[in-house]
Design a protein around this ligand. Structure first.
Ligand code: SF4
Length: 922
């Protein structure tokens, strides 16, 4: 992208990190300034900066605004990737990345100049639409608009606007059911060889894995008894290609669809890349391989149109313009983890981004003017014709449970990252009657009730106007549902409950639940974090709560009845087929029936939960009451019900109806045995035993890694914990992933060490501190080998950072499970509480260790800051891994010396070791 920068008339550039604050002027001068000086300057004049929320967090003003280069990038290069740092933007623009904070401050204006230079270039690929978008942004007083006004020329012909340039999807006839075929072993291995490429080294482990995976696709012997294969393949086996070989072969020969389900977006991206090997032609690839996500991930064009036409105001309206620019160039319209930069919604403090998706199920299907270009519909139609559908566990389970996929599309399923199957089933088959859920249902039925609304929101009556005007009984049911929904919580429900003035049956129930939680919760922060969630099990419930539950159940039944009547009336309308019922209207009513069915299921789940209160315990379920809080601030209250064993509904609704299921993972046995894998995948509930297969990682863990258990950090000694993190990060020269089980401790450690590490050139990013989503933080961490990242458990799952950027993982202690009501119930039911807890910890250790060595040339160390680490848990690590119990000083010298030897193989060699040293962090 490099081109000579034009002369510019730009304001000064502000750069702030934990190490300091700098102001760079166009004449080349650089001033270090205080926080107060920077804030008052930024308030009086718009300054150039990169990533306003992050700079704002560094300066202590989250509302900081300026001429953010990221916003300029989003306008000029929609759907393109950039890491949201000065170095990241420099690289995206083809400029050398600055190596120090001073250089960063100076290069901001250069990067801005480079970007502005593109406005006049003929090879600017995303020109179409920019001039029109700029006119709208000018009207919204976007800060960059005056600087772009003369630079982006008016095109000679009018620009097509977004809604007329998106491709239209075509209806295709349903596929016949897959043919029954045999797949000879040689054919599977030949496909594997084709996928790995000519000249690739023949890997026996991968070939064995492909053979084992192929058994999934054999003809099913009995109804509801699928071929089930559980396959553990250590890191580096190449299991993705190992199962894509039989999967693509079966899909082509049999004419069927294989669903490949993952838990993390990182693996979805990897699959998307690897599947391309079989379809080198892009059009072919898109026809045969489709990525599917839940509806709530995609942009809803109708919501966007509403936002662009005045539904959004202020900063949210500016965001809508950027989203419209992006939508015109997006591959698939996926706003979460697709090609919309993860940092873009964060620049607007998330204002409006979620309102642009179809989160509340308000889609009007064929009644929508954008139905034929809708991203969601396009992905759904494409997947019916695809060979491979890449999806996630939750979507696969919901689709199977609701029977939404046509043509038996969920008949062959590969669950990669299968160690998450239990947790995904746990979340999918749970019921939660909470304030937030209930108000969503109210809005879905009634629609907006106040003028202060954001986006297009319509209630049931407006969405089904044609049914109501045709069918009197349907109209009566809609009115009755609207009336009954007033028992659900309304706006400001939480405030009313906190003021002990609840309104309506459900608010009264939540208020009684909250009183019970506060009365019974025995600890606030001994084992669980203070100021965070409180919960109690739903047992021995007393009078006021039972009365409230009875009243609430009656209110929900009063809502359920008309919704069920309405569903029946719509089925009747479809059968009567009146004149006005053309294809689109039929499709819309079909969609409405399925949305209604989903709401009725939800209500039935809630009613069952309420009716059981006060009665005998249900051995299959665990029920509890919870008050959700962040730092002492309440944000939700509710009743929860989970399956004691969520693999039961998984087996009934997903596994048994399928013909073949492969469950695979690098840590399927969780560092334990096959019983764990069989129990946590649902295989235990199948008639036919699963085929079991395991292959060890080819990596040389003895020389590539080591585990260091630090023996002299006392539990609860925060200064010592922070000091240990700082010294270890310093010894590794960054490249460290620090994992915590408690947000509070993560924040305390970050606050103690961030500035001091920054002083020696080691940036530290932190989940729950930096105002960015985890995926963006991982991008920033991956992009800078000197950076380190602190995060909680969720981060551990999603991170895939091969190579130099990740060379040290530090755990703050033994990752015991949070002592929740649900965990306690499962532990008690397990028959062996210690073994149950051990399995949990082993699985977490194995997964965290798995982040470290991703390739044959990776090397790294794994540190656990806990003297009390039981030896019996060490089987979580690959058998050859050296494990040492050492004091902190020795751990640090081992990290330093390993980094020195790693320099011989290129690790850390390009970065100088800072001379400064952190010994104590108080
Ligand atoms: S079809 Fe539904 S999801 Fe798609 S744009 Fe229209 S309303 Fe939105």
């Amino acid at each position: 992208m490099a081109s000579p920068a034009p002369s510019l008339d730009l304001p000064p550039a502000l750069h702030a990190t934990h190490a300091g604050i700098w102001l760079a002027r166009e004449d080349g001068s650089l001033t270090r300034m205080s926080r107060g000086e920077a804030l008052s300057l930024a308030a009086s004049t718009p300054l150039l900066l990169v990533n306003a929320p992050l700079i704002g967090a560094r300066l202590g003003n989250p509302d900081l605004h300026g001429l953010d280069l990221l916003e300029l990038f989003a306008l000029l290069f929609p759907a393109q990737f950039a890491v949201p740092t000065v170095a990241g933007l420099a690289r995206a623009m083809g400029l050398p990345a600055p190596e120090s904070d001073e250089e960063s401050a100076r290069s901001i204006a250069k990067i801005a100049g480079e970007m502005l230079g593109w406005c006049g270039r003929t090879d600017w690929a995303e020109r179409e639409g920019a001039w029109t978008a700029l006119r709208q942004l000018e009207r919204l007083r976007w800060s960059w608009a005056p600087l772009l006004d003369k630079r982006i020329a008016q095109p000679q012909t009018a620009e097509r606007w977004l809604f007329s340039r998106l491709p239209v999807w075509e209806e295709e006839p349903p596929r016949p059911q897959p043919r029954t075929i045999a797949m000879p072993e040689e054919a599977v291995l030949a496909r594997l060889a084709e996928l790995t490429g000519a000249g690739a080294e023949r890997r026996e482990g991968q070939r064995d894995f492909a053979r084992a995976a192929a058994a999934t696709f054999a003809p099913r012997p009995f109804t509801r008894e699928p071929n089930m294969v559980l396959a553990e393949a250590g890191t580096g086996i190449g299991k993705t290609l190992g199962y894509l070989a039989p999967a693509t072969l079966w899909a082509e020969e049999a004419g069927g669809t294989v669903w490949v389900s993952t838990y993390t977006k990182a693996l979805q991206r990897q699959l998307d890349r690897e599947a391309r090997r079989h379809y080198p032609n892009d059009a072919d690839f898109r026809r045969h391989v489709v990525v599917r996500k839940g509806r709530e991930n995609y942009l809803c064009l109708l919501n966007l149109e509403d936002a662009l036409q005045g539904g959004f105001a202020g900063r949210a309206a500016v965001l809508a313009q950027f989203v419209a620019r992006w939508a015109a160039y997006s591959r698939d319209g996926d706003m979460v983890g697709g090609d919309l930069p993860g940092w873009l919604p964060a620049l607007f403090r998330r204002a409006g981004a979620t309102a642009l998706t179809d989160r509340r199920g308000e889609c009007i299907y064929a009644g929508c003017p954008h139905f034929r270009t809708c991203f969601i519909e396009r992905a759904s139609h494409a997947s019916q014709q695809a060979d491979i559908v890449i999806a996630n566990h939750a979507l696969v389970m919901i689709s199977a449970a609701r029977g939404r996929e046509a043509n038996g599309a969920l008949s062959r399923i590969v669950f990669d990252e299968g160690h998450h199957l239990f947790d995904a089933a746990d979340a999918t088959f749970a019921a939660a009657l909470t304030g937030r859920e209930a108000i969503e249902l109210r809005r879905w039925v009634i629609g907006p009730e106040t003028a202060a609304r954001r986006g297009r929101r319509r209630g049931l009556a407006a969405r089904l106007m044609d049914v109501a005007s045709y069918d009197a009984e349907g109209a009566e049911a809609i009115d009755a549902a609207g009336e009954a929904a007033r028992a659900l919580p309304a706006d400001d429900w939480l405030r009313r409950i906190l003021e002990h003035a609840p309104e309506g049956a459900i608010e009264r129930l939540l208020s009684a639940a909250r009183d019970t939680v506060y009365a019974r919760a025995e600890r606030d922060g001994k084992d669980i974090e203070p100021g965070y969630g409180l919960e109690i099990d739903l047992a021995e419930i007393d009078g006021p709560l039972i009365d409230a539950a009875t009243e609430a159940a009656r209110a929900l039944e009063a809502l359920l009845a008309p919704l069920q009547r309405l569903g029946k009336r719509m089925v009747a309308v479809l059968e009567l087929a009146p004149d006005w019922l053309d294809g689109p209207a039929r499709a819309r009513i079909d969609g409405a029936i399925s949305a209604l069915g989903w709401r009725c299921d939800l209500l039935m789940g809630w009613i069952a939960l309420l009716l059981r209160m006060g009665g005998p315990a249900d051995p299959n379920h665990v029920d509890w009451l919870a008050v959700d809080r962040v730092e002492g601030r309440e944000y939700d209250i509710g009743l929860h019900r989970h399956w004691l064993d969520p693999t039961k509904p998984l087996a009934e609704t997903v596994l048994k109806p399928a013909h073949g299921v492969l469950v695979t993972s690098a840590t399927l046995r969780g560092g334990g045995d096959w019983d764990t894998a069989v129990g946590r995948t649902g295989a235990t509930h199948m008639e036919m035993p699963p085929k079991l297969f395991a292959v060890e990682s080819p990596f040389d863990f003895a020389s590539q890694s080591e585990v260091l258990i630090v023996t002299d950090i006392k539990r609860g000694d925060l200064p010592a914990l922070a000091g240990a993190y700082a010294r270890l990060i310093e010894a590794a020269n960054g490249g460290t992933l620090g994992l915590f089980t408690a947000i509070r401790r993560l924040r305390s450690v970050q606050a103690r060490i961030a500035d001091r590490l920054a002083q020696i050139g080691l940036p530290l990013y932190a989940q729950h501190v930096d105002p960015l989503d985890p995926a963006t933080l991982i991008d920033m961490f991956r992009d800078d080998p000197r950076a380190s990242l602190l995060g909680t458990d969720a981060l551990r799952d999603g991170i895939d950072v091969p190579g130099e950027s990740l060379r040290l993982v530090v755990l703050e202690g033994v990752p015991w499970a949070k002592p929740s009501v649900l965990h306690a119930a499962r532990r008690q039911a397990s028959g062996g509480p210690t073994a149950f807890d051990d399995r949990h910890v082993r699985a977490r250790l194995a997964q965290a260790f798995g982040r470290l060595i991703r390739r044959a040339d990776d090397a790294g160390q794994f540190v656990i800051l806990s003297a009390a680490m039981p030896s019996r848990l060490l089987s979580a690590f690959p058998p050859a891994t050296p494990i040492h119990r050492v004091p902190l000083d020795e751990a640090i010298s081992r990290v330093r010396s390993r980094l020195g030897s790693a320099a011989d193989i290129g690790l850390g060699s390009s970065h100088h070791l800072p001379g400064a040293r952190i010994d104590e962090v108080k």
